[in-house]
Design a protein around this ligand. Structure first.
Ligand code: ADP
Ligand code: MG
Length: 629
């Protein structure tokens, strides 16, 4: 028979494998976890399919993953009796990366340090290729369940860019992965080492992981199958019986994270609704948090039978960072995965899980504030999605939010509860300002009067905050109020001179209204103490921050025609001067010129761009020239 044709791996895959083989020297033992986990997945698929497919039922036997070290040949084989692969599947699954993220992963890998690469690879999932960390040749023989022994296939590669696929024979369905170990990795043939790795990484795998060992029996020696894993589904055990280490390994097993989880939530719901849940909060932001369709992905089991690791019905999207397992024995097993996901029980479970997760976050916030702050800086933005999307849990979510504030040091936060608690007598609203960055906002003219009156203002810099406060509308009966919008309700009692000022400026204000482009109204300001002028939006208008955001993402077409209000500070010398000029001669061209300048300065002060920079520069120049030495 002619030698089988060599097929090249997809370029990206070749590059990826080079990185895996050449730069990952730590933690290489994880290859065994990856292969056992693939074998276990393959058994899960066949077991599940045989529930509905009678033909496959004959295949289902004693589910088993067998490890076979072969001293002379220098090979370690991982065998399973799971679903197996046909010719086309083996080429697709092992010769390309079926996932679309390959390019992205590679780019990330190139600029990541060696320590980070393993984590990246883990998260993107190149499980099978980790074989090449310890093997210089890998042979995979597989037979798909339901097909004949002669229909098996054999895949061979040295990890150097090419692989071959040829027909083969295999008596049972499933897959044998044969690793030809590198000379420096021969210790993976030793049974103590294999035992150790299985216990460490795969102890809770539900199917037996076995190995042949020589045992003394009745004075003679004979070969026996030893079971290497304890097979305990840890979520079914009670909390007090599970060691911290077991939780951590299990978390790493299901998430491929290399770091320990930040929190573990393990509980059993009993009563009208029965299920077990083992949930984890990761200690850091995963890469996919904001890419792709935002959806939660918990693992769903029905009485220990794995159904799917992609169930988005168990948690809302805003809790998508939560990972873990839910096992509910009350769900029907004998229907398809899609049907299970439609079951109304899932909604009930979701309500229960959300309450638990939010309560756990609340506990972390009150008992381990430092850890919570770290958590919030990674996942706060996602949680805020819930604050406007999840009406039924709005209050608990609002309590979990942290904001920067004029009342807290930079980098520190306040809660809404704390803000309300600190509100002085007479303050009825929760003040906030949007902006790009805190240092920029601290210079904002909008804060002047609040600072003077000792009022705290929340400083919102996360683009989603705009929606969050709109969604929340109020907290404990106190409405949110943007300091750069609408009129300020609160009047300072000492400002009885206001009325006189109004009369004094009435002529100027009336004259200016309608003279300035983009300005709907010109009025006196109650919010300025130092600056001469500022721009505010009408109460129902779009804030400047939102406007800038839309412009930045190229959606200026979505902008409604902006109607801004120019507010003048009647105590500022420049404004007093302007009023004087107008009083003496309403037709003095300096009136409109100065007003334009004040307007442009207000635009600059809020961090936006002036419309006509040349005209702005000309006006400033003229002023400078007037002040000759
Ligand atoms: P993942 O397990 O995350 O999908 P892997 O690189 O570990 O990624 O495996 C790639 C694919 O190869 C799997 O999705 C599966 O389709 C197939 N595969 C790997 N090992 C086996 C096996 N033992 N039996 C059946 N299919 C397998
Ligand atoms: Mg895998």
């Amino acid at each position: 028979m002619a030698a089988p044709r060599k097929i090249a791996f997809k370029t990206e895959l070749k590059q990826l494998m080079d990185i895996i083989i050449h730069s990952l020297y730590t933690n290489r033992e994880v290859f065994l976890r990856e292969l056992i986990s693939n074998a276990s997945d393959a058994i899960d698929v066949l077991r599940f399919d045989s529930l509905t497919d009678k033909k496959l039922r004959q295949e289902s036997s004693q589910w088993k993953i067998k490890l076979v070290p072969h001293e002379e040949a220098g090979t370690l084989t991982v065998s399973d009796n799971g679903i197996g692969m046909n010719r086309e599947e083996i080429a697709r699954n092992l010769g390309t990366i079926a996932r679309s993220g390959t390019r992205e992963l590679l780019d990330k890998l190139k600029d990541a340090g060696a320590g980070r690469q393993l984590e990246l690879i883990g998260q993107f999932g190149v499980g099978f290729y980790s074989s090449f960390m310890v093997a210089d040749k890998v042979t995979v023989v597989s037979r798909k369940a339901g097909e004949k022994p002669a229909d098996a296939v054999k895949w061979v590669s040295d990890g150097q860019g090419k692989y071959t696929v040829e027909p083969a024979e295999k008596q049972t369905c499933g897959t044998d992965v044969v690793l030809h170990l590198r000379s420096e990795d021969k210790d993976y043939l030793q049974s103590w080492r294999i035992r150790q790795i299985v216990r460490k990484f795969s102890d809770f795998i539900e199917h037996p992981v076995v190995m042949d060992v020589e045992a003394e029996k009745d004075g003679g020696k004979r070969v026996e199958e030893e079971m290497l894993n304890s097979r305990q589904a840890i979520w079914l055990r009670s909390k007090s019986e599970v060691a911290g280490e077991e939780y951590r390994e299990f978390y790493k097993h299901i998430t491929r994270d290399v770091e320990d989880p930040a929190r573990v939530v393990h509980y059993a719901a009993e009563g009208t609704l029965n299920f077990k849940a083992l949930l984890f909060l990761p200690a850091h932001k995963p890469f996919e948090l904001f890419s792709g369709q935002p959806r939660s992905r918990l693992q769903l089991y029905i009485n220990r039978v794995f159904i799917t690791d992609d169930c988005d019905k168990l948690l809302p999207a805003y809790l998508r960072f939560v990972r873990g397992v839910v096992d509910c024995a009350d769900l029907p097993l004998n229907v398809s995965r899609e049907m299970v996901q439609q079951n109304p029980l899932l909604e009930k479970i979701q309500r229960n899980l959300v309450k638990k997760v939010l309560a756990d976050l609340e506990e972390m916030k009150s008992k381990e504030y430092g850890a919570y702050r770290k958590f919030f800086s990674d996942f706060g933005t996602v949680l805020k999605e819930g604050a406007y999307a999840d009406f039924s849990n709005r209050e608990s979510l609002a309590d979990l939010l942290l904001f920067e504030s004029t009342g807290a040091e930079p980098g520190d936060y306040v809660t809404l509860a704390k803000y309300v608690e600190n509100m002085p007598e007479g303050q009825e609203e929760i003040y906030y300002l949007f902006g790009e960055s805190r240092p920029e906002m601290e210079k904002s003219p909008y804060l002047e009067v609040f600072r003077q009156r000792g009022r705290e203002v929340l400083l919102l810099t996360d683009p989603i905050d705009e929606w969050t406060v709109q969604g929340l509308a109020a907290y404990k009966g106190k409405k949110f109020k943007a300091v750069d919008r609408g009129e300020l309700e609160e009047k300072e009692p000492s400002q009885s001179s206001r009325k006189d000022e109004k009369e004094k400026f009435a002529g100027l204000l009336e004259y200016l209204s309608g003279q300035l482009e983009d300005v709907e109204e010109v009025r006196l300001s109650a919010r300025l103490t130092e600056s001469a002028a500022c721009l505010v939006s009408p109460e129902d208008g779009m804030g400047a921050q939102m406007e800038r955001l839309l412009k930045r993402i190229g959606r200026q077409d979505d902008l409604p025609e902006s109607r801004r209000i120019l507010e003048l500070n009647p105590e500022h010398p420049a404004v007093v001067n302007l009023q004087e000029i107008h009083r003496k001669d309403p037709d003095d061209p300096r009136v409109i010129d100065h007003a334009r300048l004040l307007y442009d300065l207000a635009v600059v002060a809020e961090g936006s761009k002036v419309k006509d920079p040349a005209a702005f520069a000309r006006r400033i120049n003229e002023l400078l020239l007037k002040d000759r030495a």
